[in-house]
Design a protein around this ligand. Structure first.
Ligand SMILES: Nc1ncnc2c1ncn2[C@@H]1O[C@H](COP(=O)(O)OP(=O)(O)O)[C@@H](O)[C@H]1O
Ligand SMILES: [Mg+2]
Length: 334
């Protein structure tokens, strides 16, 4: 059994559930100057952010950025070295029972009983949270349908694929109707069908007013799902905001990508003028970050000279992956 399941087993019954109604826009999670130090490393190094009801907040970062550590602290499984996180005003330090009732967690390492069936897992966790019996059975039917596992309800989880396990864990995380759901890299190692199912559910939850903390190192997921993003590296959030605002802050709107440049050809002297931000060379690909790609094509053609016909030139809008690389020097596609 995983540590998260052991911790969850210690839950009290329904008594501690805060009854105040949640409105879209209420602060669901307030993280303030959170630190977690291990010997020799600061896994979380002064993190602050808010998530509101009805919002998907993405923590985007490479392996080791501190995403799982942050989720573990918010889900009360790990104690911060300093700082605090509050779930609808309840501190993860001194109001653990309330926090656990308000949150649902899909951990990176799944928390399911492999020898129980899908149905039995849902029943177990539902009872643990004190969901009344008849209501629980109704919810289980709906949840199994939602995650597309009604046909496998009586099969043991050990026989499930990675994607099915992840979908079941998502259903389990929702059985007590939490107001904040924490999803730690939920699409790693899952099939495309499961991935799409997870996306749809996240969108439905968001539209119903649930707050979602979604960690990922996949840029397209962050672009598609997240209302706001925190770009995380080495325990810190280094950029925070909506995708549009982050891209606007980058100062350039398009990327010209050049493939097949002859070895040794140096474009750094290219006069990029007012429409450009910078040039980056990586793995034989040269990228020009610019504001008006069309205006750059003339000077570029000239600079390429006799190679103009052999070099391939692609123009694309600035994307999150470009911004991430610019901010961290790290390419998450590696
Ligand atoms: N129990 C631990 N003891 C020591 N270092 C740890 C422990 N857990 C995580 N770390 C380190 O903390 C950093 C952040 O890890 P983690 O939160 O798992 O990152 P992510 O989820 O973004 O990949 C990494 O350098 C990791 O090696
Ligand atoms: Mg992780």
């Amino acid at each position: 059994m995983t540590s998260s399941m052991q911790a969850a087993s210690a839950l009290p019954n329904d008594r501690a559930v805060p009854k105040a109604p949640v409105r879209t826009g209420d602060v669901a999670l307030h993280v303030e100057r959170l630190h977690k130090r291990y010997e020799g490393i600061e896994a979380v190094a002064g993190l602050s952010f808010d998530i509101r009801a009805g919002e998907v907040f993405g923590l985007l970062g490479p392996n080791g950025a501190g995403k799982t550590t942050t989720i573990s602290i918010v889900s009360t499984l790990l104690r911060a070295t300093s700082g605090d996180a509050k779930v609808f005003g309840h501190s993860v330090h001194n109001d653990v029972a309330s926090v656990r009732h308000l949150i649902g967690v899909v951990p990176q390492e799944l928390a399911l009983y492999p020898e129980l069936t899908g149905l039995e897992n849902l029943r177990f966790f539902g009872r643990m949270y004190g969901v009344p019996k008849d209501e629980l059975e109704r919810r289980i039917v709906r949840l199994l349908e939602l995650v597309g596992l009604e046909g496998r309800r009586n099969d043991r989880v050990v026989t499930f694929s990675g994607g099915m396990k992840r979908r079941l864990n998502l259903a389990v995380s929702m059985v007590h109707q939490p107001k904040l759901i924490l999803l730690d890299e939920p699409t790693v190692g899952v099939d495309p069908h499961s991935r799409e199912n997870i996306f749809t559910i996240v969108e439905q939850l968001r539209d119903a007013g649930t707050a979602i903390l979604y960690t990922t190192h996949y840029m397209e997921e962050a672009e598609r799902l997240c209302n706001r993003l925190g770009i995380m590296d080495e325990g810190k959030i280094i950029a925070l905001g909506s995708l549009d605002s982050l891209l606007a802050e980058a100062g350039c709107s398009e990327v010209i990508e050049l493939h097949g440049l002859p070895a040794g050809m140096d474009l750094t002297s290219l006069h990029l003028g007012e429409h450009s931000c910078r040039i980056e060379t990586r793995d034989d690909v040269v990228r020009l970050y610019v504001n008006n790609a069309v205006r750059m094509l003339g000077p570029l053609h000239q600079a390429l000279g006799r190679y103009a016909d052999t070099v391939s030139v692609e123009i694309a809008p600035m994307r999150l992956e470009n911004l991430f690389l610019q901010l961290t020097g790290k390419d998450l596609r590696d």
